[in-house]
Write a protein that binds this ligand. Structure first.
Ligand code: 5RP
Length: 291
């Protein structure tokens, strides 16, 4: 177990980590191709991103809201900064004319019927390059049954990504019976960054999220999680970016909303324009009324 932690002051969350010459934390010493791909996903103006996560089918099949990606998700493409999807959906459904950067799910194996941490690398980096991917994403199961393998999967993917200039997003995958607190996410995010991921996707926690972002030397994007009322999801996104996240990678809280286009635009305003949650909710309502 990690040493006993005293949360707060010693993480110095108010002091930004220097990144001389590049806008993204921890990325200033990377090669040109890697930086260029990161700058397609993260806005060089705001330093943040709104990624739309629609990769759920890789273990959940056609989950609610993703029954028809052609009908439900393709119309949202103009409003996201990047799409997080599988290569199967990319090749079969996403129009190649789309200028949006694509981040590809690169791990998989078990379905929801099995032990989820039993994953393998599920795509070759050469295929990610062939698909002009702006990055790849992989689950890391800290504390999970196949923890070591999932870290090894990620480090192999990072090695391949460094060879081709493709950034890797490590995703903190939390088992259902594990405690989701700042201490756990500091541990998981820091391991993922230390093992070489260029950015990390993780969940928001009410207490001490700024210590998670401060102690992670690369950008963190906030995962959405289960569907919440719009005001709660917008507040969570607001809190996350105000506490140091470099944006969001949200799925269900956007595509399971009864007005997904209005919701993604409201999230965009929170992330890139620092719009407060109540104002963003008003924006959501007025965009939904417009239809
Ligand atoms: C799980 C994942 C998912 O596949 C997905 O991206 C989650 O998105 P959301 O929770 O916002 O629906 O990465 O860790």
């Amino acid at each position: 177990m990690p040493e006993t932690d005293t949360e707060g002051a010693r993480y110095q969350a108010e002091v930004p980590q220097p990144a001389p010459g590049f806008f993204l934390k921890g990325a200033h010493q990377l090669d040109w191709g890697m930086k260029n791909r990161l700058a397609r996903v993260f806005s060089p103006q705001s330093g943040r991103t709104v990624m739309l996560a629609v990769d759920h089918g890789y273990f959940q099949g056609p989950t609610t809201g993703l029954e028809r990606i052609d009908l439900n998700i393709v119309p949202l493409l103009p409003y996201c900064d990047a799409l997080f999807c599988t290569r199967g959906i990319l090749r079969s459904v996403i129009p190649a004319e789309s200028p949006r950067p694509m981040v590809l799910r690169a791990s998989g194996g078990p379905s929801i019927l099995k032990e989820l941490s039993d994953e393998q690398i599920a795509m070759d980096m050469e295929d990610a390059v062939r698909l002009n991917a702006a990055g790849v994403g992989i689950q890391v199961f800290i504390g999970g049954e196949f923890e070591t393998r999932s870290i090894h999967n990620m480090t192999r993917l990072v090695d391949a990504g460094l060879r081709y200039g493709v950034p890797v997003m490590g995703v903190t995958a939390v088992g259902t019976n594990m405690v989701r607190d700042a201490r756990y996410f500091r541990l998981a995010c820091r391991i993922i960054a230390e093992m070489g991921a260029q950015y990390v996707k993780t969940y928001y926690v009410e207490e001490g999220f700024e210590t998670v972002t401060a102690s992670c030397p690369v950008p963190i994007v906030m995962a959405g999680g289960r569907k919440l009322p719009e005001i709660a999801a917008l507040t969570m996104a607001w809190n996350a970016v105000q506490q140091g996240a470099a944006g969001v990678d949200m799925g269900r809280n956007i595509f399971q909303s009864d007005a997904p286009k209005a919701m993604i635009r409201a999230v965009h305003a929170v992330v890139h324009k620092n719009m407060k949650p109540a104002e963003a909710l008003d924006l959501f309502h007025s965009l939904r009324a417009e239809g």
